[in-house]
Unconditional design. Structure first.
Length: 136
């Protein structure tokens, strides 16, 4: 590696440490893991469906980039007001979270009868004459 590449790597690592992104990421992951353990215990105790755990895990996974974004923009001292880029990123991640949760909920609660959907096309194939004779 060249000196310029090493300096860029050190600068990036220093910026991440200064803005406390790594610290908040680890704290978020530890908190999410702890809450998932409690939720697992409650799900086993009260026989909750597995989809509840899956949706909460998905919500925590989608929430990690939001937490890291907030840590990046608010971790530096003196820079406490949200900027447009931060608001756009958080709004985009929030929309994706809502869409994935709604998709998961709709798949869970829409009744599935096991039958295939009726076809809109009419069959142009001729009927089998042997089947017609048997039905008479």
């Amino acid at each position: 590696m060249t000196d310029a590449t090493e300096e860029e790597g050190n600068n990036l690592w220093d910026r991440l440490r200064r803005r406390k992104v790594v610290q908040w990421g680890i704290a978020y992951a530890a908190g999410a893991w702890g809450l998932l353990q409690v939720l697992q215990f409650l799900a086993d105790t009260y026989d909750w469906p597995v989809q509840v755990l899956r949706l909460v895990t998905l919500a925590f996974a989608i929430g990690l980039p939001i937490a890291l974004t907030l840590a990046w923009y608010h971790g530096d001292r003196g820079h406490q007001k949200p900027v447009r880029a931060e608001l756009a990123i958080v709004a985009l991640l929030r929309c994706r979270l809502h869409r994935s949760l709604l998709t998961g909920l709709s798949l869970r609660f829409i009744p599935h009868s096991g039958r295939s959907a009726p076809s809109c096309r009419k069959s142009s194939a001729p009927r089998n004459p042997a089947q017609e004779r048997e039905s008479k």
